[in-house]
Design a protein around this ligand. Sequence first.
Ligand SMILES: NC(=O)c1ccc[n+]([C@@H]2O[C@H](COP(=O)([O-])OP(=O)(O)OC[C@H]3O[C@@H](n4cnc5c(N)ncnc54)[C@H](OP(=O)(O)O)[C@@H]3O)[C@@H](O)[C@H]2O)c1
Length: 204
Amino acid sequence: MRIVVVGGAGTIGRRLVPALREHGHEVITAARNSGDVRVDLTSHDSIEAFYRYLGAVDGVVAIAAHGALDEFTDLTADALARNMRAKFFGQADLVLTGQHHCADGASFTLTSGIFADQPWRGVTGGGVISGALHSFVLSAALELPRGMRINAVSPTLIGDSVDEFEFPGLPVVPMDELVRHYVRCVEGGGTGEIVRAYGAARGE
Ligand SMILES: NC(=O)c1ccc[n+]([C@@H]2O[C@H](COP(=O)([O-])OP(=O)(O)OC[C@H]3O[C@@H](n4cnc5c(N)ncnc54)[C@H](OP(=O)(O)O)[C@@H]3O)[C@@H](O)[C@H]2O)c1
């Protein structure tokens, strides 16, 4: 299959892209400043141009753009909306625009995160983004045309980011397990699934 991975040069992407290639897929990587093709998830015009350039693809995987940390007592509705721009609205736009460009039966695999289900201090935006993505996936799965599928992988802290993010006590998902979830979303027949990759408590 011809698969585009947005965020393919990132921490998850560096593991996923070789795995998809080992499975025989043609993989194109994309992002703002890295990978084979340029796209900025904050810009609808950029997403539209990206799909026109790509032509039909059989799969779109989005592993790009984090929600920012926030402080609830200082948070404003405007800041929340800005936080949602790339990771929620950008991924939603990849699907809303992509449905008109992708091949029959194409799959969309989005990335959310554990804070949709397990609140944590300082990540109200992250939780809201991921919760909204889960609802978006459920609705889109009902209405996507031409046999297209959509799923989301919702990771906890990933193995390769343990030293990067300070979330003491948050469980960790091993990278090989996480990659298997993405590959199954691309190759399997499922749709409307939220794959909760919530790993195990550290030390287990
Ligand atoms: N790492 C974790 O522990 C973890 C846990 C749960 C969920 N997640 C989620 O998984 C996703 C990927 O995480 P990661 O750790 O692999 O991230 P990462 O290492 O920061 O990589 C993200 C990639 O996205 C691209 N990107 C950022 N903003 C973009 C935009 N506006 N448009 C297009 N591309 C953009 C970046 O490339 P350019 O700079 O070249 O654009 C980068 O290669 C994120 O949504 C993150 O929130 C991660």
